[in-house]
Design a protein around this ligand. Structure first.
Ligand code: EPU
Length: 430
């Protein structure tokens, strides 16, 4: 068991580097199953979800070779369909991309139903609708989803009833090798959708319109390996932007695409925080001591990202007056609020809206990372709280933040990871 220990109250100053985006790396890595060749992927984040994706590829007969700290070679020529172990896939939401990739390559795909953060009900009906439109028969049995297209996949028109990142990605992967043209309407527009399309196109796919709500995919028979670099993680960047603001410091956040951060920058500017944009970095600091209150709703891209809601809530705790944070994507994203309340934050939750009365000082407490972004929020709160904050269940944080402790220490945070004795050994010793 491991936990984080933070002695709060230190403003953060200096340069901090952003890694490759987890939510782009996962589909690119799992889509490599479809490529049936060797790919070199660069700017890969060192996070446990990505490590799990590599294990899954290996368990299916593929090979993964580390070339350097952030570059890997993935060879999927020997991948066999339908054997990804449930024990691995159940730990990660993105594992459902295996179905799209297997369907596209073998005409059938099967995987254990996905895990991931508990953010409320997370149906996959739109993925199923997409696979069925491409001609697959889909069944869910014994905790597995299976899609079979005996006559191969055929291009089709698909209109999503909900804007879904995972659904758009999964159908785009499957359709890349279907016969004919697929058009996805009401598609998600997130930067990682564009990144996946760019990766597949570099491998020979014919995808246009990624980044808009209509994506056209002209299926090709074969794809070939390529070298591709993952885009920077806008959520990690946003988390560091808030770290600069909440601690009253000044950070240069490097290796970012400022355009991807626009919705975050705009809300922070509205509160009185400077976000200076340069080619591949942003500099963030407070322009005024008393931050202004704001209202915020999380939305699909280019709206404000749901994955930045918890971190933003910590910033709102420091604003002058009452801020409203409305969650527009998931039904249960406020489990971190109880943790912040334990530190003295004054937050009420009414259905999908958190009502945050700013200005209450936060004091250190023993906390849990209840999910990935909730974990980031309690780390941020720990950085500003007076006293020693301890955070458990940090495996959630390590699913999506590359080397967070070292990166924060590099800009002056007093944070460390402590390995606790195994409870059984500990009990015996008592
Ligand atoms: N939805 C449906 N039917 C579907 C699919 C989704 O109704 O078939 C609904 C969901 O219930 C939700 C909404 O549509 O209310 C959006 O879900 P989406 O499919 O866009 O989310 P996801 O693919 O499950 C990804 C990220 C999440 C991120 C969301 C939204 C990955 C592996 N996960 O999830 O990332 O919050 O998009 O941007 O890419 C995180 O990294 O911390 C994280 C939770």
């Amino acid at each position: 068991m491991e936990k984080l220990v933070i002695n709060g109250g230190k403003p953060l100053f200096g340069d901090i580097e952003v890694s490759g985006m987890k939510n782009a790396a996962l589909p690119v890595i799992l889509a490599s199953i479809l490529i049936d060749d060797k790919c070199i992927i660069e700017n890969v984040p060192n996070v446990s979800d990505v490590a799990l994706a590599f294990e899954i590829i290996q368990s299916m007969g593929g090979s993964v070779r580390k070339i350097n700290k952030t570059t890997v070679e993935i060879d999927t020529r020997n991948v066999t369909q339908g054997i990804a172990p449930y024990e691995l896939v159940r730990k990660m939401r993105g594992s459902y991309y295996i179905v799209g990739a297997e369907l596209g390559r073998f005409g059938r795909g099967k995987v254990g139903l996905p895990g991931g953060c508990d953010l409320g009900v997370r149906p996959i009906d739109q993925h199923i609708k997409g696979f069925e439109a491409l001609g697959a028969e889909v069944s869910i049995e014994g905790g597995y989803i299976e899609a079979i297209a005996n006559d191969g996949l055929k291009g089709s028109n698909i209109y999503f009833d909900a804007v879904t990142v995972g659904g758009t990605i999964n159908v785009m992967i499957a359709a890349a090798r279907a016969k004919g043209v697929t058009v996805i309407e009401n598609a998600a527009r997130e930067p990682h959708i564009v990144d996946l399309a760019n990766f597949l196109n570099t491998c020979g796919a014919k995808i246009s319109g990624a980044g808009t709500d209509t994506i056209k995919i002209t299926g090709v028979e074969k794809l070939r390996g390529c070298t591709y670099a993952i885009i920077p993680d806008m959520i990690e960047a946003g988390t560091f932007m808030i770290a600069a603001a909440v601690t009253g410091g000044k950070l240069n956040i490097r290796n970012v695409i400022p355009k991807h951060l626009e919705s975050i920058s705009a809300k922070m500017e509205e509160m009185g925080i400077a976000v200076e944009e340069y080619d591949d970095y942003v500099t963030v600091y407070r322009k005024k001591e008393k931050l202004s209150r704001i209202n915020l709703k999380t939305l699909p891209y280019p709206g404000f990202p749901t994955d930045m809601g918890p971190q933003m809530c910590v910033l709102m705790c420091q604003a002058h007056g009452v801020s409203l944070l409305n969650e527009g994507i998931f039904s249960n994203r406020f489990r971190y609020v109880d943790e912040l309340r334990r530190m003295g934050a004054c937050i009420k939750v009414d259905d999908r809206t958190a009502i945050i009365e700013g200005g209450q000082p936060l004091s250190a407490a023993n906390l849990r990372a209840v999910d990935l972004r909730a974990g980031a929020a309690v780390v941020l709160a720990g950085l500003i709280a007076t006293g020693r904050t301890e955070i458990e269940d940090i495996h959630h944080i390590e699913r999506g933040y590359d080397n967070l402790v070292e990166k924060l220490r590099g800009v002056g945070a007093n944070i460390k990871k402590v390995v606790l004795p195994d409870p059984a050994t500990y009990e015996k010793a008592l």
